[in-house]
Design a protein around this ligand. Structure first.
Ligand SMILES: Cc1cc2nc3c(=O)[nH]c(=O)nc-3n(C[C@H](O)[C@H](O)[C@H](O)COP(=O)(O)OP(=O)(O)OC[C@H]3O[C@@H](n4cnc5c(N)ncnc54)[C@H](O)[C@@H]3O)c2cc1C
Length: 495
């Protein structure tokens, strides 16, 4: 009898997978045709693309559980996906795996104002939570600029931040419980109240980048809306002066709700796009927002203005109306798409540094821009030292994508060198994966790897992300390739 060749085996395995998936998720919930799969080829790090075997859109926890069990049995890789807005390639598919798209998990299950919490499905967008409780005077604090599109499941997986995280914390500080499903199909809950006995297992799930399981429910903390919110728009003659003002404001004991900075190229491009009233003659701009009781906000804003002037501020406008405050933010929040108008492609970097290092690191980024021959615009969460240099390039020009990658890597190396970290809020994904060994020792990496193995010994969840490809196995000194590490698998034959 003739043995089936490898192509026939692959086709047979894929057919078995698709038939199994269709038994679990009926109707339109299993996508295999090439055209429809295009929608899942990439996330917001769109320089990298990969067609998956199939995309599956479950609607119930039981379906998620059965899909994962099937994939576990067949050895099929699984890439969980929320809104697909990851900037680190976190939800980039693999050619020999499925995308588990959680968009149909889009219901707010319970709003419990007495306990100031909401139980939501992971596909609910970040902004939808705040909108749902707005009329009752509450909101959900972490506010990534992508909040209209990104999902709370994706926020938990990336430990997302936003402009107001300086005062209110990241996703990790605002999530009270998470339900997730393992590859064996088991449904597990971590957290559940304001204080839990035992180990803090939730800390494992928040920021786990889809490597440990599929999140099927999230309980978030709701906060009462502040009585007053006002923002100051402050222009400086140099990045250094603005960065000094940031350090001085924090040193004075003031914790603004948000403190964002933009350099000259970023000011120009956002002002051209949004017309937020940003001063075009300054070199750097701070948006400093204070919130709380009116008397306190007014007092602290006067302090901020005084500190800014002491540090050379040239202009200072304080919002007098809510509409004006929102206009100040509109420019900042639209900075990424605004950059997209002046450059065919751009890469959004995300590293964190100690605040005191801001001036030197910004100078260094300007030098790197010369070295790599690419423009850069800086927009960032200055208050918490989280940089977002936007590297402008044109992928259709030979060598520019590589130059942008090298430029980005050099920026992140500098962040590590000054005592910072590889990521502030966008996660590691594929983007920073190969720099992990510059931040962590082999022992550190091995321990992280072992933690993943506890949940996913076969390495089927989101392979090729976070862990560097070449990685020394500490136990016996061997160099190994992380399980499923290569995301650029050759395409399997299709139906
Ligand atoms: C214009 C723009 C502005 C942005 N601004 C910010 C910002 O201010 N702050 C910030 O932090 N980020 C920002 N981001 C990045 C991005 O929006 C966040 O990382 C967000 O948390 C991703 O959510 P998502 O639903 O799109 O997740 P996806 O991109 O779909 O996935 C991200 C990761 O989460 C995993 N995942 C998704 N859903 C699940 C689930 N249910 N279970 C398990 N794993 C899951 C995926 O496998 C992947 O690893 C921005 C992105 C863009 C495009």
């Amino acid at each position: 009898m003739r043995m089936p060749d490898p192509d026939e085996q692959a086709i047979g395995r894929r057919r078995q997978l698709v038939e199994g998936l269709r038994r679990i998720v009926p109707g339109e919930g299993v996508i295999v045709d090439e055209e429809s799969l295009t929608a899942y080829d990439c996330d917001a790090l769109s320089a990298y693309r990969q067609r998956p075997l199939a995309a599956v859109l479950p609607e119930t926890v039981d379906q998620v559980s059965r899909v994962l069990r099937l994939c576990g049995e067949l050895g099929i890789k699984v890439v969980p996906r929320g809104g697909g807005t990851s900037l680190s390639g976190g939800s980039l598919p693999v050619a020999d795996g499925i995308v588990l798209a959680m968009g149909r998990f889009n219901r707010i299950l319970e709003i419990d104002l007495a306990n100031r919490q909401a139980r939501v499905q992971p596909g609910v967008t970040n902004l939808a939570i705040s909108k749902a409780v707005d009329a009752d005077g509450f909101y959900y604090a972490p506010d990534p600029s992508s909040q209209i599109a990104c999902s709370i499941g994706g926020n938990v997986s990336e430990n997302a931040g936003g402009v107001h995280c300086l005062k209110y914390g990241m996703t990790s500080n605002n999530v009270l419980a998470v339900e997730f499903v393992t590859l064996e199909g088991e449904v597990i809950r971590f957290g559940g109240g304001y204080d839990q006995p035992g180990l803090d297992m939730m800390g494992l799930l928040v920021g786990s980048e889809g490597l440990l399981g599929v999140i099927t429910e999230v309980t978030v903390r709701l906060l009462p809306k502040p009585e007053t919110q006002r923002a100051a728009l402050i222009g400086f003659p140099s990045n250094r002066r603005a960065a000094d003002a940031v350090a001085a404001i924090i040193a004075a004991g003031i914790i603004p709700a948000g403190m964002e900075m933009m350099d000259k190229p970023a000011i120009k491009v956002t002002e051209d796009f949004v017309h937020a009233g940003y001063p075009l003659h300054v070199e750097a701009l701070l948006i400093v927002e204070l919130d709380g009781p009116k008397v306190e906000v007014d007092h602290l804003l006067a302090e901020v203005e005084k500190i800014a002037k002491e540090n050379g501020a040239e202009t200072c406008v304080v919002s007098e109306t809510e509409a004006q405050r929102l206009t100040f933010w509109a420019g900042r929040k639209a900075a990424f798409p605004a950059v997209g108008r002046i450059s065919r492609d751009y890469m959004t970097m995300d590293g964190s540094i100690p605040r005191g290092q801001l001036p030197d690191v910004l100078d260094h980024i300007a030098e790197l821009s010369e070295k790599h021959g690419l423009r850069v615009a800086n927009v960032f969460h200055a208050g918490d030292g989280n940089l977002h240099p936007l590297i402008l390039f044109d992928a259709s020009k030979p060598g520019e994508l590589e130059a942008a990658e090298n430029f980005g890597a050099d920026i992140l190396r500098k962040c590590i060198a000054v005592g910072g970290v590889l990521t502030g809020e966008h996660g590691v994904g594929i983007e920073k994966r190969d720099l992990m060994s510059e931040q962590f020792s082999e022992v550190d990496l091995d321990q992280q790897r072992r933690l993943k193995d506890v949940f996913d010994p076969a390495g089927l969840f989101n392979p090729g992300k976070v862990f560097p490809l070449l990685h020394r196995c500490v136990a016996d000194g061997r160099m190994i390739v992380s399980a499923g590490a290569n995301y650029a698998f050759p395409d399997l034959p299709r139906f």
